[in-house]
Design a protein around this ligand. Structure first.
Ligand code: SF4
Length: 331
């Protein structure tokens, strides 16, 4: 049996943070050992909401690439590429748009949610509505078997499957139906206790220097009931403990939880344990980041050769898709 194919992308809409590391990159690194993986930097997707200011787009694409490599993605094992360098995604997006009822796009939950959430941008654009369709093109063009997703992204896979069926019904079996590879992503809270997100300015970025990471954790929100050192706390109400659950050993978690409940340890000591463990994860990443940041030509080569490889597959698929529809050569 041939190796199954996995497809996943990440938007270069800001610098990557530790939430992206444990939510996506570490999973990608695991999957590259098992599957034929295509990982892309979704620069067109970033435009769907950030079209009005593209001044940092290049910087963010580079940040994503450097962090992917620093986290352990291996260009020899996985194909790492930029979406906009494989223009066939756009062609398939156009073809899929012909068969996709508008109502299917309007009912995708994230469409309405984001529109009401995001106040500082006008998301009343065709590009934003068509976002899940572009995503479908990204997946189908590689005839991917699996797409790693969290539960909240399942509707995006569902619409891809529906569009896939509709296309195949009209024109014949061109695309296999992809499946969501349901992954339990740990919920990463930011320094203020809300979900870690650049919108809330509460992120620990992978590009933050060690001193800044330390400072961010030292000033991080704790259980609001622990005002004085002698106050007993509830670790479950403390965002710091939520990060311990991801980065600390079970024994350390038990120790800080007990110390918190009995006022046996202070918040500074508790945070020191977290900082130590965060540094253990981040130090090799910082080291590799520095290595790659000194080699811009190597970064360009990695992205271009990955994109070339991805293009070869995409071109093949488009030949079949065009032929099935009756486009292309006259003979
Ligand atoms: S001891 Fe740790 S878990 Fe408890 S409130 Fe302080 S920082 Fe949070």
């Amino acid at each position: 049996m041939s190796v199954q194919r996995v497809l996943s992308g990440i938007q270069p809409s800001g610098r990557l943070h530790i939430g992206n590391l444990v939510g996506a990159l570490q999973n990608w690194v695991r999957l590259q050992e098992q599957y034929e993986c295509y990982y892309f930097i979704a620069d067109w997707h970033a435009l769907t909401s950030q079209y009005a200011d593209t001044s940092k787009l290049k910087e963010f694409v580079k940040d994503v690439l450097v962090n992917c490599l620093a986290a352990g993605l291996d260009p020899e094992k996985a194909t790492i590429f930029a979406q906009s360098r494989v223009i066939e995604h756009a062609e398939l997006h156009v073809l899929l748009s012909m068969v996709t009822p508008l109502s299917w796009l309007e009912r995708v939950p994230t469409y309405k949610e984001k529109q009401s959430e995001v106040k500082d941008k006008d998301l009343n654009t065709y590009g934003f509505l068509g976002y899940p369709l572009l995503q479908s093109a990204d997946i189908l063009i590689y005839r991917a078997d699996y797409v790693p997703v969290g539960v909240d992204q399942m509707p995006h896979i569902e619409i891809t499957r529906e569009i896939c069926r509709r296309f195949n019904n009209f024109y014949g079996e061109v695309f296999p139906e992809p499946e969501g590879l349901l992954t339990q992503f740990p919920k990463v809270v930011g320094t203020d206790g809300r979900k870690m997100s650049k919108t809330y300015n509460n992120c620990v970025y992978l590009s933050d220097p060690p001193k800044e990471v330390e400072q961010k954790i030292r000033t991080m929100t704790t259980d609001p009931q622990r005002i004085k050192r002698t106050d007993k706390g509830d670790p479950e109400l403390s965002p710091v403990f939520q990060l311990h659950k991801i980065f600390s050993t079970k024994q350390e978690q038990d120790e800080v939880a007990e110390g918190c409940r009995t006022a046996g340890i202070g918040c500074i000591d508790c945070k020191k344990v977290l900082i130590k463990n965060l540094f253990t994860v981040l130090e090799p990443i910082w080291e590799k980041r520095n290595h790659y940041l000194k080699k811009p030509d190597l970064l360009e080569d990695i992205l271009e050769s990955g994109s070339k490889k991805a293009r070869e597959v995409a071109v093949e698929t488009m030949l079949d898709a065009r032929k099935a529809i009756g486009l292309g050569g006259l003979k």
